[in-house]
Design a binder for this molecule. Structure first.
Ligand SMILES: Cc1ncc(COP(=O)(O)O)c(C=O)c1O
Length: 604
């Protein structure tokens, strides 16, 4: 054990780094994890290293991590915050009082992980410069927002991967990243037609090649023509006119009602469209805007709501009723929220993330009537519209249902989103998506367009992917057969995995899982024994966080704790994707079963 001591008692912190033998390969900006201290302070951990050792390192390696690399696997650092010490510091360390304030310290090891991520940008700031930004004076909303899908657990998973690569022995040989809906990262192959069109758009010389089918070439030619000959040109902020026209036709085919291309905004993934639209509802004066979001929800919403200075008005989904939406609960939630904010919008995720539910048409009708009664802007997050697996369910778009319901419901303000990251495409990294916004006041729409113009435009390659999604090969075209075969194979396999996963979880003691009707996730409930809850408490962790960390450390399986999405108090869940390929999924489920058996043995 290597110990350094600053000799200053006040605010001294001890942090234990176990198995943190990683770096040298981490970016230069990686610095020592700041410790959680009892006082608000800037600490100077460099002081606790042997000065000669530190200064003899090349700048690139001046991080505690590289230092630790030369030390034993367990190192104790003692930090003390004094002004004098700061003056000698190579790097500034800010403690994360936000974590303390919120009381969500999640155990020594995990806090360190959080801080590893949060101090990535704190290297070698010259100590004589008074920096404009520190964690106490930045936008507090940025500090407060949380996004569990890429939170501390995932950071730890990344560290474990590096440890494995360095030969550290573990009870497993790989990390299974079941935390994020990234199909291609889990081995799904891209759809050939999409990649052909993309290649042609990116490198038009290939249009002369005989390797590419004529329909891929004609799509690419049209996209290039619409984007002034090159994917390297900016497009209009709302996207290429050609693609917006194709999106409108796609919606018309899907819903049987007209769609206006001027209501279509192409965006860099659905996230960007959701955030741009959500932002429109934020106000500066008067009571804060409240947005109704499902609990559990996809944390893009909770994070963005905080970032835009709005209030979350959560309504619980009904776990006992396949995560359906209960109007009485909506009414309870809006009434409760109106005591503290001005509720102006409702988000519905259908098919659901993290819950995997597909709403019935009747349920959608009820939500629309509720939104009308309460004068709410509807956010219909429909990014999983192609991912419906349950025989007794089908996808109904909110827009179609409002049209079928007629006046006054078809006058409601509504934004609906689709993405190329989900469905059968899984093109998460290409960042394509669209928002269809109907019934927006024309003056507001003009301001909306102005607001997105500051971002210039989504990538033209992302728009090209969306074009393939909404304008796929038709019967008789050369790519039709392969495209249909590949699309069907992905969706069939996802459907099989959805049913395998729910069955497997339901056969494991202490786990209860609803049918995965759609989307890409299961959100099982886990009964955590009292003894484990007490253990979690002793570590300063939420019980589901403790469970998920134990699962990760013992099996390499990376899932997200239910608290990252929200859950009824006293219940515990975790979210796993259904995306590992079938063979890996089976391995994952077997590992989970034996983990749960030993967890119960230890804590029951
Ligand atoms: C419900 C939901 N909406 C929106 C998104 C955003 O996806 P993207 O920005 O990749 O289109 C996701 C991603 O997982 C999601 O699950």
């Amino acid at each position: 054990m290597q110990t350094g001591w600053l000799g200053h008692q006040r605010g001294v912190v001890q942090s234990t780094f176990r198995n943190l033998r990683l770096q040298n390969r981490l970016p230069i900006s990686t610095t020592i994890p700041s410790a959680v201290v009892s006082s608000r302070s800037i600490v100077t951990p460099i002081q606790c290293l042997k000065r000669e050792t530190w200064s003899s390192l090349p700048l690139r390696q001046r991080s505690t991590s590289s230092y630790l690399d030369h030390q034993s696997t367990t190192t104790t650092l003692l930090f003390a915050p004094t002004r004098k010490q700061q003056q000698h510091s190579v790097g500034h360390f800010h403690t994360h009082s936000c974590l303390q304030r919120k009381g969500d310290l999640i155990g020594r090891q995990q806090v360190i992980n959080v801080n590893v991520a949060r101090t990535m940008a704190t290297v070698a700031a010259p100590s004589h410069v008074d920096l404009v930004l520190n964690v106490d004076n930045i936008n507090p909303n940025v500090k407060a927002m949380e996004y569990a899908v890429r939170g501390p657990l995932v950071i730890r998973a990344g560290e474990i991967e590096k440890e494995l690569a360095m030969g550290v022995k573990k009870p497993f040989t790989e990390v299974i990243k079941a935390n994020i809906g990234d199909a291609q990262a889990m081995g799904q192959k891209p759809i050939t037609f999409i990649r052909q069109v993309l290649s042609l758009v990116a490198y038009p010389d290939l249009l002369n090649s005989k390797e590419f089918p004529e329909d891929a070439k004609s799509r690419a030619r049209a996209i290039l023509e619409s984007s002034r000959g090159s994917a390297g040109c900016y497009s209009d902020s709302a996207g290429l006119e050609l693609v917006r026209n194709h999106v409108a036709k796609y919606i018309e085919r899907r819903d049987g009602f007209p769609a206006d291309p001027s209501n279509i905004i192409l965006c860099a993934g659905a996230s960007e469209g959701i955030r741009s639209t959500l932002k429109m509802l934020s106000t500066i004066s008067g009571p804060r805007t409240g947005i109704m979001i499902p609990i559990p929800q996809y944390p893009l919403y909770s994070a963005s709501i905080v970032e835009y200075n709005m209030e979350q008005a959560g309504y619980y989904l009904d776990e006992d009723n396949d995560w359906g939406l209960d109007v009485a609960e909506l009414e309870r939630a809006v009434k409760e929220a109106r005591k503290r904010c001005n509720v102006r919008g409702i988000v519905v995720i259908n098919p659901g993330n993290p819950t995997g539910q597909v709403l019935t048409r009747d349920n959608i009708v009820e939500v629309i009537k509720f939104a009308h009664r309460e004068k709410l802007f509807i956010f219909a997050d429909e990014v999983y519209q192609d991912n419906v697996y349950a025989d007794n369910r089908e996808f109904h778009s909110f827009k179609k249902v409002t049209k079928e319901m007629g006046d006054p419901y078809d006058k409601l303000e509504l934004a609906s989103f689709l993405s190329c990251s989900k469905g059968y495409m899984g093109e998460c990294g290409l960042r394509g998506g669209y928002a269809e916004i109907v019934n927006m006041d024309p003056d507001v729409k003009a301001l909306y367009l102005k607001s997105i113009s500051a971002k210039l435009c989504p990538t033209v390659l992302g728009q090209a992917v969306m074009d393939c999604v909404v304008n796929p090969p038709q019967p008789g075209e050369p790519s039709y057969e392969l495209f249909s075969k590949e699309k069907a194979a992905v969706l069939k396999s996802l459907s099989e995995r959805a049913s395998t996963i729910a069955k497997a979880f339901n056969s494991i003691p202490g786990i209860k899982c609803n049918t995965v009707q759609g989307a890409m996730y299961a959100f099982p409930e886990v009964k955590i024994p009292e003894k484990a809850i007490a253990k979690a408490k002793s570590l300063g962790q939420a019980p589901d966080v403790f469970f998920a960390f134990q699962l990760l450390e013992q099996t390499g399986m990376c899932c997200v704790p239910g608290s990252g999405f929200g859950q009824r108090p006293g219940t515990y869940h975790f979210r796993t994707t259904i995306l590992p390929q079938p063979e890996k999924l089976q391995i994952m489920l077997d590992k989970f079963r034996s983990f749960q058996e030993s967890f119960l043995k230890e804590y029951q």
